[in-house]
Design a protein. Structure first.
Length: 286
């Protein structure tokens, strides 16, 4: 292997010798317990001498992130409609194909559908993934999470005994405005992050605010896309005043806080000039 060979080139060489293990399945490390080396890393820049021992681990069958997101987000979209249209096997024959007397139920369906349609559009046209694949076994866990919660939320929101929010139109209108602002903010952040890799580069860069006011949250947090995402589900909770939605929002917040902290630590580790004012997900707090 030439000293200037990249890890990607080494993966391809390994794949030629062992066709079963295509590059996405390979984890190449300098130490069995260490982190996997990135494709763009060059052998001579690593802490090795004239000879190096590389450790291989099989990551198992992989699936592309685009395919993962399309599967994860298409499920909730159609599952919700089963409850919204009150199919006979959901609430019983007496309530089949009846519409809810509460306008907020229709509005909740529109907002829920809009959220996942937006995600599907972003998956196809906006997102640029630093890691092209994930283990195939994880798709079952992810689908159970998204699809299961979609069914749970939809069951209660569209239930014949559902009661509308306590403060009526004022509460609903406030929640809708908050929902739309958070969706616009989330989309704006995804576009800004995508623009950092417009030339196809996988090199990590520091994201900064642009002329778009929704991106100004970058002044205060490292992952404003997660901040806006949590805001979206908080507004949906206020709109529907439904306990399962609130529990889903809480779990979303916990998971996204973990992701945001991890990404924030990565930024701090890789960039010495990283803005000190930023927090992972909540300005000045968390």
């Amino acid at each position: 292997v030439e000293p200037n060979a990249t890890i990607r080139e080494i993966r391809l060489m390994f794949h030629k010798l062992y066709p079963r293990w295509y590059p996405a399945r390979q984890s190449i490390k300098l130490d069995p317990k260490g982190k996997s080396l990135r494709d763009e890393e060059i052998l001579q820049h690593l802490p090795v001498g004239t000879t190096a021992t590389l450790y291989f681990k099989d990551l198992g069958p992989q699936i592309g992130w685009t395919t993962v997101f399309l599967i994860e987000y298409t499920g909730p979209l159609f599952i919700y409609f089963l409850f919204y249209f009150r199919m006979p096997f959901v609430y019983g024959l007496d309530e089949r194909f009846t519409s809810s007397p509460h306008p907020v139920v229709n509005l909740a369906c529109i907002c829920h559908s809009f959220h996942y349609i937006k995600r599907l559009i972003e998956t196809v046209f906006v997102h640029r993934f630093s890691h092209g694949t994930m283990p195939l076994r994880n798709i079952v866990k992810n689908c159970l999470y998204y699809w299961g919660f979609a069914a749970w939320l939809a069951y209660y929101i569209n239930h014949p005994l559902y009661t509308p929010p306590s403060y009526g139109k004022k509460q609903i209108n406030f929640a809708v405005i908050m929902f739309l602002l958070c969706e616009a903010g989330n989309f704006s952040i995804h576009v800004a992050l995508s623009d950092l890799r417009r030339n196809g580069s996988k090199t990590r860069k520091i994201p900064y605010p642009t002329k778009n006011p929704f991106t100004w949250l970058f002044f205060f947090v490292s992952c404003p896309n997660y901040t806006y995402e949590v805001g979206t589900w908080i507004s949906f909770t206020i709109m529907t005043q439904c306990v399962p939605v609130g529990l889903f929002t809480l779990l979303c917040f916990i998971q996204m806080t973990i992701w945001a902290k991890d990404k924030h630590c990565t930024y701090l580790r890789e960039f010495k000039d990283y803005p000190s004012l930023r927090m992972p997900i909540i300005p000045f707090l968390l």
